[in-house]
Design a binder for this molecule. Structure first.
Ligand SMILES: Cc1cc2nc3c(=O)[nH]c(=O)nc-3n(C[C@H](O)[C@H](O)[C@H](O)COP(=O)(O)O)c2cc1C
Length: 148
């Protein structure tokens, strides 16, 4: 199963840390959107799309990338996300489905959040992702790898 992880992680590297746990289990490269030709993603059987949440939405670089994907043969995808609060994943899932992806699962993790209202106190969810979050990311990847 040829797998890739598309990752935008700009704030604290939180999402990247999650991707780094999944990558060796899935034998997947971690790619910034600008590093891949959108058409080349068609070569992958499974693609993970991940970023933090910014002003209630996935990072615009990730959303723009998904918008640029050609519609192709049915493929599988998953979404992974880090955020201060429980995220709304539905908009990205819908965007991916519109491109012909079957979104098989979602991984969400609370993570250090220094959005303006929380900056004064040094952020919230300090210390996260923590060891338990990273273990959960590995378990998620193992479940994906072992799916029939
Ligand atoms: C400008 C800004 C806006 C943010 N907006 C939200 C938000 O709307 N909801 C939320 O739960 N977290 C929000 N966060 C927290 C980030 O989603 C969180 O820190 C995430 O882990 C960042 O991922 P990254 O380090 O991989 O970029 C925001 C953070 C910043 C800096």
């Amino acid at each position: 199963m040829k797998t890739a992880l598309v990752c935008v992680s700009v704030s604290h590297g939180n999402t990247r840390r999650i991707a780094e746990q999944m990558a060796p289990i899935l034998h997947a490269p971690i790619l910034e959107p600008e590093e891949i030709d959108p058409a080349a993603l068609a070569d992958y059987d499974l693609v993970g799309f991940g970023s933090g949440i910014f002003n209630l939405a996935f990072h615009p670089r990730l959303r723009d990338f998904v918008r640029s994907l050609p519609e192709g043969r049915p493929r599988r995808a998953f979404v992974y996300v880090t955020s201060g609060f429980p995220p709304r994943t539905h908009p990205l899932v819908q965007q991916l489905e519109g491109k012909g992806y079957q979104v098989v699962d979602t991984f969400a993790c609370r993570a250090l959040d220094t959005w303006l209202p929380f900056k004064a106190v040094g952020g919230i969810r300090k210390g996260r992702p923590d060891a338990a979050d990273l273990a959960a990311a590995r378990a998620f990847a193992e479940k994906l790898r072992d799916r029939p």
